[in-house]
Design a protein around this ligand. Structure first.
Ligand code: FUB
Length: 471
């Protein structure tokens, strides 16, 4: 009955897509990185990344420079350091956002969005260097694209630059649903013709990445429609075309939602293997403004469509591509309690070690708090202190009154109060998978999961694992 009532209440609200919440190991955990662009030169894969410097709990981007990482095996990456910064653009005032490097005429052109201090907000500038590692300097002395460029995007960020077989160079960019494209002249610092609004790039939000394979043009981009991600989060969709300026046909989702709200693709072939390079919030202490670049293998279907990328599980707080994380699950020996559980649900189901097949799989029982809204909590207690450094949560979503939460937080009892576990990575809220949250090891007799619902919904949990440090 309550599921029927809830169905009526929730009719017309968002349906959430399935998707693993994890990614492979970050390319570094020394700094936070975001917005990757990839380039292969000889036997080296270069990743050009933004640099997140927001403090823990920060609610805005703090981005002042860009790093370059290099690798010869797509596994181990060397941070080559800061190769471009806001200081290289005297006309820019802040916001070193997502750029891309394109080789041309023996030089390397690095297109970057920056706050241009002029009218409006974000502009696109261009730097040039003689090698993939620079040194780079401002190539133009002012913006290539600004808010005063006719037909520019509502937010002029995220340039992707592509050179066709005939040598013509194209740039796509934009955000706030406003994708734009233009040809570049061979000087690489001026437009050849006017800015167009390419057709068919449906669900575009931002972060385009353009490339060509077997004569087909591909445009991957960040989308945030309800068909692919939870509110506030993004997935990566892609479109194909037979002409570099379109029209485009959308082909679906190639990367599901990740643990950061934003996402940003770079798709590239290196040593005979294709990769999806992207970012998430999986590094220790990570978050929406403390992101980390990672990459996973990408595979093709025979018809030229891309298979959805499987976000793998190694390191960085990863959890298993939907599978159960490994390690000793201390939950099985804990006593569970909660601020509220519906009388028909089964609190102890969260610690029985069952591996659900989806967020709707309550075949082994589930915890649910319908019809409470706001923040409720689950808690584990042990008779003696346990060393814990990660939890994994599999949310219950009945597609009726229970929905994935808006947010969550892990706390521990420090002997006198509940406090947030230190160095906590993003508390993931993805469906149909284990969401792993890592933190600095704590020795405690009590662990708590605070769960905050979305407006109009209650929340539920199928499994909540507490994993022993070092196992
Ligand atoms: O990193 C700042 C902005 O967030 C980028 O420009 C977007 O692509 C998004 O990742």
């Amino acid at each position: 009955m309550r599921r029927l009532c809830a169905a009526v209440l929730t009719l017309g609200l968002v349906l959430l897509a399935a998707g693993p919440a994890f990614g492979a190991a970050p390319i570094t955990t020394s700094i936070y990185t975001a917005d990757p662009a990839a380039l292969v030169v000889g036997n080296t894969l270069y990743l050009y990344t933004g640099h997140d410097e927001a403090a823990t709990g920060g609610t805005n981007f703090v981005m002042r420079d860009w790093h370059v990482f290099s690798s010869t095996d797509a596994t181990a990456f060397t941070d080559q350091g800061v190769k471009l910064s806001l200081a290289d653009f005297p006309w820019a005032g802040g916001d070193a956002w997502a750029g891309e490097v394109e080789p041309h005429g023996g030089k390397y052109y690095w297109y970057v969005p920056v706050n241009g201090r002029g009218a409006g907000w974000m502009d696109i500038g261009v730097a040039v260097g003689d090698t993939p590692l620079g040194p780079f300097h401002d190539a133009k002395g002012g913006p290539l694209i600004s808010d005063s460029t006719p037909n520019s995007s509502p937010l002029n960020i995220d340039p992707t630059v592509f050179t066709d077989d005939d040598g013509q160079v194209y740039m796509y960019w934009g955000s706030y649903n406003g994708v734009r494209a233009a040809k570049l002249n061979s000087d690489m610092i001026s437009l050849n013709g006017s800015v167009i609004t390419p057709q068919g790039v449906t669900n575009f939000w931002e972060a385009p990445w353009m490339f060509k394979r077997n004569g087909v043009y591909y445009l991957a981009y960040s989308a945030n429609d309800s068909g692919c991600s939870a509110p506030g989060y993004a997935c990566i969709r892609y479109a194909t075309a037979s002409n570099p300026l379109g029209p485009w046909t959308q082909r679906g989702v190639v990367l599901d939602q990740v643990t950061s709200t934003t996402n940003h693709p770079a798709i590239i072939e290196f040593n005979g293997q294709w990769y999806m390079v992207y970012h998430n919030a999986n590094a220790p202490g990570g978050g929406n403004f403390r992101r980390s670049v990672t990459l996973d293998k990408l595979y093709w279907n025979a018809d030229g469509t891309m298979q959805k990328v499987v976000q793998t599980t190694t390191g960085g707080g990863g959890g298993g591509g939907g599978g159960q994380p490994s390690g000793v699950n201390l939950a099985t020996s804990a006593t569970a309690s909660t601020s509220y559980v519906s009388s028909w649900e089964t609190l102890n189901a969260v610690k029985d070690g069952f591996v659900p097949t989806s967020s709707a799989d309550h075949s082994h029982g589930a915890y649910g708090n319908w019809n409470h809204q706001g923040t409720e909590w689950l808690e584990y207690r042990w008779a003696t202190a346990q060393n814990v450094n990660r939890v994994a949560t599999y949310w219950f979503d009945d597609n009726q009154g229970l929905d994935l939460p808006a947010s969550c937080q892990v706390q521990y009892w420090n002997g006198s109060a509940y406090v947030a576990v230190p160095g906590q990575s993003a508390c993931g809220v993805a469906g149909n998978t284990y969401n792993v949250t890592t933190f600095s090891s704590v020795s405690t007799t009590r662990l708590r999961l605070n769960i905050t619902s979305r407006t109009g919904f209650s929340t539920g949990v199928l499994e909540w694992m507490a994993l022993r440090t070092g196992s």
